[in-house]
Design a protein around this ligand. Structure first.
Ligand SMILES: [Zn+2]
Length: 254
């Protein structure tokens, strides 16, 4: 299946002035690189989305259903992350990117979702989601945790797939940043793939999916399309941990 990639930067479209105080020189440099990529995509005669459609973030439900796999990568600012980022977080908005991605729903229909990720993870995740599209692997929802007020519990309860969230790891040890706080981890279909820790099931609705031998759509299983897609780019699956976190895939192994 043809994979159409388009990479532009919202910085170029909205300007780098007062509206984007956290944009750094490195973002400007990567915006230039993104522009070159966009030019390359256009030169290869692939159909491009109207620039207006990427300049203003829209809710996932308002995004058009794709007919083929597409990725649109844009810069983000602190204003785009009102609940998931704050001063003191281990990475800044300039280190993050917004990926607008095609995916399949559980109803077999194509959708477009949004994932906020570390800029160094964007390339891996393009590959992962292209593979999931080819395999028609279903994803319930793909929205930034800001749409859930930054609440991991609410996002999980909604069966939402998400990446960046500046929060501590959910663990029994001393407080430490989660890989999500760096945008280097993705939680996929949390209800179908719960986190089992200290006798708890997170989210609670995941209790109906603790029997991992009963494989149903959207589940992460060893050798299945979801785990294969992430392991193909060298990411770690939390489902292999002693306290299995079946929804969790990370770039840094944590
Ligand atoms: Zn996670």
């Amino acid at each position: 299946m043809r994979v159409r990639l388009l990479c532009v930067s919202a910085v170029l479209l909205t300007g780098c002035g007062a509206a984007a105080p956290t944009v750094s020189a490195s973002t400007a440099a990567s915006a230039t690189a993104a522009s070159a990529t966009a030019a390359s995509a256009a030169a290869s005669s692939l159909a491009a989305r109207p620039l207006e459609s990427v300049a203003s973030p829209a809710s996932a439900s308002a995004l058009p259903a794709p007919s083929d796999f597409t990725v649109v990568e844009t810069a983000v600012t602190a204003a785009d992350l009102p609940h998931s980022w704050r001063d003191g977080c281990p990475v800044g908005p300039a280190d993050l990117r917004r990926l607008e991605l095609s995916h399949w729903g559980f109803d077999g229909r194509a959708r477009t979702g949004i994932l906020i990720v570390h800029r160094d993870a964007a390339g891996d995740l393009r590959s992962v989601f292209a593979a999931l599209w080819r395999e028609k692997f279903p994803i319930r929802l793909l929205r930034p945790v800001d749409e859930y007020g930054g609440s991991d519990d609410d996002s999980m309860a909604a069966d939402n797939t998400s990446a960046f969230n500046c929060r501590n790891a959910v663990s029994t040890g001393p407080p430490r940043w989660s890989a999500h706080a760096y945008g280097r981890a993705v939680d996929v279909n949390p209800v179908e793939n719960p986190y089992l820790i200290s006798g708890r099931v997170l989210p609670p609705a995941g209790a109906q999916y603790t029997d991992r031998a009963n494989v149903r759509p959207g589940m992460a299983v060893a050798g299945g399309p979801l785990v294969r897609a992430f392991e193909a780019v060298g990411w770690t699956w939390g489902g292999r941990w002693s306290a299995p976190d079946y929804q969790h895939f990370s770039q840094n192994g944590r």
